[in-house]
Every structure is written in structure tokens, then in C-alpha cells.
Write a protein that binds this ligand. Structure first.
Ligand SMILES: Nc1ncnc2c1ncn2[C@@H]1O[C@H](COP(=O)(O)OP(=O)(O)OP(=O)(O)O)[C@@H](O)[C@H]1O
Ligand SMILES: [Mg+2]
Length: 358
């Protein structure tokens, strides 16, 4: 049974439709991420689930229980939803000790003093903060402050954790570490997670399923593997990992033809097409997508896609090439030890796993 369920949820701010007819179900104990570019409606969705934002249309349920419905004029206030929350700009209160920061939501709920103490200490222990209990959070590093925010959310024993870019202010190394810590805490406490990020690697690493959103509209809801391997459309492909698109047209007898700068079409090898490509009318456009690390350099006489190296950058472990193919650019990435062409040289390319988008 689903734990959190959104049914036909829409949110409008004046003329802006921030979230458009969203349907999603989060399973019990599932880590569900919402991924999408800035302004696509992630925070708005989270705030509607939390109860900080009303809905324009639709319903939100926790289990069988309705918690928001404008049509039924029903709205359960946030403090009665008992969700743990960590916001985009994490707020810890500098005038309170680490201990008091974590105890605060429990005091608001007027729990007995012994219960407050126990839960606060448990949450501090889970987040490795016991030794800092008396300190001001101001003295902690970014990761430490982040832990305080997490501990505060954990202390209420939430069934559901709503995390809005909780790691966005940390450096990459700490971010990675905290990802694992969040997963460990989930295992320990068993809560469901609705996680918001625009970092695709973070979403991939943490999630059981990912929702990719664009301008308030769902593009795909799937496992990380499927979102990566079977992106539903061009937008999802371009949002997950590095991407290349070659814009082509169907030529005579269904030959794939490159749209070139000066308008003269040039044919490209037919093996550039994946097996699921559907031939369209002559002159119709389509795209071939590929990841930069899924392109090989092949021998010039082996019939690959011809191009000229316009830039070659050393990025440590990998070399990043920009290749001009007709009037278009492709990015290719190869391990630094692999032999590759130099700037100005002609090369031939093979796309290892091309995707076809009409
Ligand atoms: N209170 C508000 N009043 C008016 N418009 C709003 C309000 N809150 C959000 N919006 C608009 O709704 C849309 C979605 O915003 P939202 O904050 O949900 O995006 P987001 O996906 O969280 O973006 P980011 O990655 O930058 O945090 C944006 O166009 C935003 O300008
Ligand atoms: Mg946001």
C-alpha cells in the first residue's frame, strides 16, 4: 500500500502553474526523489505535502487518511502531520545549543520532559552529535549544522521525511558522505523519504525511484536504472548525465542525413540509428542522443561518423573532446590513457548506444 499519495495535484500562483496535475505514490520505507531544473515545482510539491502550501486542485493522502483537499475544504495543519523536514536553506538556531535545537519541536509538541530528553539524545546519537550537544551550532562545520537539522527532523520519529536539497550547501566530499548517512538513518528508523534535488547523481545514489519534472509536469517516474537507461524523452535524457544530440533529417530512401550549417545535407552511416528508430517522411527531423563516454574513436576507413576535433581538454582521469560533425558539435570523453586524435585532425566516431527521439 502506498504511504504518501498525491492525486491530480495542481498548484497555481496567479498565472504560473507551478505543479500541473501531479500523481504519485510513495511506498512505505521508500526513498523517492524529485529531480528537475530550478523552478520546475519541486519545493512547491514538498510544501504542499508538508502542509505549508495549500493545493489549487487535487488531494494528498497519508495511507488512507486524507490530509489536503480543496474540493472537500479539508486541510490538516503541518504540526499535525508529524513529518520530519529539512529545508533547502537549512535553518539551525544559533542562539540555542545543538541539544535545544533538536529538542525544540518536541517542546512545541509538549511531550513529557523524560520523553523529550530520550528522543533528543537518540537523535543526537544517530547523527554523531552527542559530544557537541552543549555547543552552539554556529561552531559546527556545514556538515555538522546539516546533521543538527537532520537530528531535529528525526527527533519527532517521523513516518515521512521531507528533504528539500538538504545537502546543497555542502562541499562535494561531504555531500557524498551525508548521502550514505541519510540512507543509514532510513534503514535504522524505517521512514519513507520524499527527497528533492536538482543533482542527478544524488538522486541516483539515494533513491528507489526518481520523478523527473519539467515546468510542473511529470516526465518520468522510474527506478534510477531505468531513468538512466530508458529515458522517456529528450528532456530526461539531457537532464540525466552528460548528453549529446545530433539533429538529423530523413533523406532519400530513409537515409539519415545531417543538417549542416550551409543547408547542404550530408549523409551519415546508417548504423548510427538504434534498432528502435522509426523512419519518418523524407525531410522530417529527428535526433540521435548519446552520452560522451559512449562514443568510440574508430579507424577512419571503418565507416564511422566523420568529424574534426575542435577542442581537446585534459580533465584529469579523462580527456574531453569537442568534435565538429557537419555544423554540429559532439562531446566525447575517453580515459586519459586511450589514444585519441589531436585538435584539427579528422576522426571517425561510433556511437555505442544511441537513442532515437522524434
Ligand atoms: N509563493 C510563490 N508565489 C509565486 N510564485 C511562486 C511561489 N513559489 C513558487 N513560485 C513559482 O513556482 C514555480 C516553482 O517553484 P519551486 O520553488 O517549486 O521550484 P523548484 O523546483 O523548487 O526550484 P529550485 O530548484 O530553484 O529550488 C516557479 O516558477 C516559482 O517562481
Ligand atoms: Mg526548490
Amino acid at each position: 500500500m502506498s504511504h504518501v499519495r498525491l492525486v491530480n495535484v495542481t498548484k497555481k500562483f496567479g498565472d504560473v502553474t507551478a505543479v500541473n496535475n501531479l500523481n504519485l505514490e510513495i511506498g512505505k520505507g521508500e526513498c523517492f526523489s524529485m529531480l528537475g531544473p530550478s523552478g520546475c515545482g519541486k519545493t512547491t510539491t514538498l510544501r504542499m505535502v508538508a502542509g505549508f502550501e495549500d493545493l489549487s486542485e487535487g488531494e494528498v493522502y497519508v495511507g488512507d487518511r486524507l490530509i489536503s483537499s480543496p474540493a472537500k475544504n479539508y486541510y490538516l495543519p503541518p504540526e499535525k502531520r508529524d513529518f520530519g523536514m529539512v529545508f533547502q536553506a537549512f535553518a539551525v538556531w544559533p542562539h540555542l545549543s545543538v541539544y535545544e535545537n533538536v529538542a525544540f519541536p518536541l517542546r512545541i509538541r509538549k511531550l513529557p520532559a523524560t520523553e523529550i530528553d530520550k528522543r533528543t539524545k537518540d537523535a543526537l546519537a544517530s547523527t554523531n552529535l552527542l559530544s557537541a550537544a552543549k555547543d552552539s551550532p554556529e561552531n559546527l562545520s556545514g556538515g555538522g549544522k546539516q546533521r543538527v537539522a537532520l537530528a531535529r527532523a528525526l527527533a519527532i520519529n517521523p513516518d515521512v521525511m521531507l528533504l528539500d536539497e538538504p545537502l546543497s550547501s555542502l562541499d562535494p566530499h561531504l555531500r557524498e558522505e551525508m548521502r550514505f548517512e541519510i540512507k543509514d538513518l532510513q534503514r535504522q528508523y524505517g521512514f519513507s523519504i520524499l527527497y528533492v534535488t536538482h543533482d542527478q547523481a544524488e538522486a541516483m545514489a539515494l533513491s528507489d525511484r526518481i520523478l523527473v519534472m519539467k515546468l510542473g509536469v511529470v516526465q518520468q517516474i522510474d527506478t534510477p536504472l531505468n531513468v538512466y537507461n530508458k529515458p522517456a524523452n529528450k528532456f530526461v535524457f539531457s537532464f540525466i548525465g552528460l548528453s549529446n544530440f545530433l539533429e538529423l533529417v530523413w533523406g532519400v530512401n530513409g537515409a539519415p542525413t545531417l543538417k549542416s550549417e550551409d543547408g547542404t545535407p550530408s549523409s551519415v552511416p546508417a548504423d548510427i540509428l538504434p534498432s528502435d528508430a522509426v523512419c519518418g517522411a523524407q525531410g522530417a527531423s529527428f535526433s540521435i542522443a548519446s552520452r560522451p563516454y559512449e562514443i568510440d574513436f574508430v579507424a577512419p576507413d571503418s565507416g564511422g561518423l566523420k568529424g574534426v576535433v575542435s577542442r581537446k581538454s585534459f580533465l584529469g582521469e579523462i580527456i574531453d573532446y569537442q568534435i565538429k560533425v557537419g555544423g554540429q558539435e559532439l562531446r566525447v570523453q575517453k580515459g586519459r590513457r586511450a589514444p585519441g586524435p589531436e585538435v584539427g585532425e579528422t576522426c571517425a566516431l561510433r556511437l555505442l548506444r544511441p537513442f532515437f527521439y522524434q
